[in-house]
Design a protein around this ligand. Structure first.
Ligand SMILES: *[C@@H]1O[C@H](CO)[C@@H](O)[C@H](O)[C@H]1NC(C)=O
Ligand SMILES: *[C@@H]1O[C@H](CO)[C@@H](O)[C@H](O)[C@H]1NC(C)=O
Ligand SMILES: *[C@@H]1O[C@H](CO)[C@@H](O)[C@H](O)[C@H]1NC(C)=O
Ligand SMILES: *[C@@H]1O[C@H](CO)[C@@H](O)[C@H](O)[C@H]1NC(C)=O
Ligand SMILES: *[C@@H]1O[C@H](CO)[C@@H](O)[C@H](O)[C@H]1NC(C)=O
Ligand SMILES: *[C@@H]1O[C@H](CO)[C@@H](O)[C@H](O)[C@H]1NC(C)=O
Length: 370
């Protein structure tokens, strides 16, 4: 067994050295991806590992200090001091960190790829022109699936795609952006209609991934977005209140996405899903930080203004003066909108190995192993 693997490794090295990923080489080293399921990542800043570094955007880059200070020790483009949920999931699944699709020369998709873009939503209108919206992420994914078919042949590519896990963080920006810009959609559509559009677009994307060959989907619920420091800036400090107008959108979204996944499960052969319950857990972490070893659940580690909810962390966005905490481990939020690595790790653990009452029939570990 060990010997066989060694031969395969040599073969693989040989194939790479030819710089010519021929089908034959991959057939013979198919252990590479039969062993582990790949991870494809879609969505927003909670999952973006650096795609926005490579697009023309003024709003959504985290490629400067102190982003990355804790774990990577350089700013990777993650909106965090360290690892994000998909990074922990990749580690638990014994995969390498999944690189951003737009990273130059990232052409080997055997372990999956990260398509997420900070600021993106399910709707093309959400921060249009400054982000890679979900439709475009899907377009990239379809191209990736074509590349895989060319390199591996149809049979192997289909095996890889159906064994892979598709993990999403999407919707939050669709609901926050209209409030941040006082968009007319808040007045044009009812909560039901607007959530219906977001869910409709997400459903379309899931179906298209299914058609390309995807079977296993992970959709953590949206956490209470009105409780992020950025959302609380509009609420008088000391009142210990979240920004409530966004709450009906978040709550309805979580109900509807669950219904959609249940329906797809009964309609589509082989469709499996996990819904890690981030909403309840994150709400509990924010309200009872000490239960989880944090000291501060409301104020961000990095930023300025009330709750440090002004997005000035790093001093690159007009405001140059900002506060950076000494011990980031004490904080639930790193910047105005994003949790710290420690908070993400707690969420990732629930997603990976939570009981069915907090993940649905499958936790991510079970999805990877199924
Ligand atoms: C990037 O965007 C800015 C502002 O929208 C624009 O002025 C500039 O020409 C763009 N740069 C490129 C390379 O597209
Ligand atoms: C997908 O590939 C086609 C053909 O190579 C290209 O024209 C198209 O722009 C690509 N789409 C995306 C979203 O990258
Ligand atoms: C937001 O827009 C609405 C109508 O478009 C307007 O009535 C309202 O005053 C605006 N609110 C703020 C805070 O600007
Ligand atoms: C997708 O969103 C757009 C707005 O961006 C909306 O007009 C459309 O109806 C949505 N699609 C579905 C299937 O809900
Ligand atoms: C930082 O905070 C964590 C969590 O409260 C604590 O365990 C750790 O000892 C602190 N580190 C320092 C250097 O104070
Ligand atoms: C889920 O079930 C576990 C044990 O089976 C229990 O300890 C936990 O409190 C439950 N969580 C929720 C959110 O109901």
């Amino acid at each position: 067994m060990a010997k066989l693997n060694l031969i395969n490794i040599y073969l693989f090295v040989f194939c790479i050295s030819l710089f010519n990923f021929q089908t034959k080489c991959f057939d013979e080293s198919s252990w590479l991806y039969k062993k582990q399921a790949a991870l494809f990542i879609f969505g927003d800043s909670q999952f973006d590992a650096g795609n926005n570094n490579y697009i023309n955007t003024t709003i959504g880059k985290a490629n400067y200090w102190p982003y990355g200070e804790t774990f990577f020790h350089y700013p990777t483009g993650r909106f965090c001091d360290g690892r994000l949920v998909p990074d922990f999931i990749a580690q638990y699944a014994k995969l390498p960190f999944i690189p951003p699709y737009l990273l130059p020369h990232n052409k080997l998709f055997i372990n999956g790829v990260n398509l997420a873009s900070a600021g993106a939503g399910a709707l093309v209108e959400t921060r249009k022109g400054s982000v890679i919206d979900l439709q475009t992420q899907l377009g990239y994914f379809k191209n990736i699936s074509r590349v895989l078919r060319e390199k591996l042949g149809d049979t192997e590519a289909e095996a890889l795609l159906s064994k892979a896990v598709y993990l999403f963080s999407v919707g939050g920006n669709d609901y926050l952006f209209p409030f941040q810009t006082n968009s007319s959609v808040l007045y044009t559509y009812s909560v039901e209609q607007f959530v219906g559009q977001v869910i409709g677009n997400i459903t379309q994307v899931i179906k298209e991934i299914y058609e390309v060959g995807g079977r296993k989907f992970g959709f953590p619920s949206l956490w209470p977005l009105g409780c992020a420091p950025v959302s609380r800036t509009g609420v008088p400090e000391g009142e210990n209140k979240c920004f409530e107008p966004v709450t009906p959108y978040v709550d309805l979204h979580n109900i509807e996405i669950s219904k959609v996944l249940q329906k797809l499960h009964s309609d589509l052969k082989g469709f499996k899903y996990s819904i890690p319950e981030f909403h309840t857990l994150m709400g509990d972490i924010i309200n009872h930080p000490s239960k989880y070893g944090f000291k501060e659940g409301q104020v961000a580690c990095c930023g300025s203004g009330p709750y440090r909810g002004i997005w000035s962390c790093g001093g690159r966005r007009g405001v140059t003066e900002y506060y950076l905490c000494d011990n980031v481990s004490e904080y639930v939020f790193f910047d105005s909108s994003h949790p710290t690595e420690r908070a993400y790790e707690i969420l990732a653990q629930l997603a990976w190995s939570g009981e069915p009452n907090v993940t649905g029939s499958y936790n991510l570990k079970a999805l990877f192993e199924s």
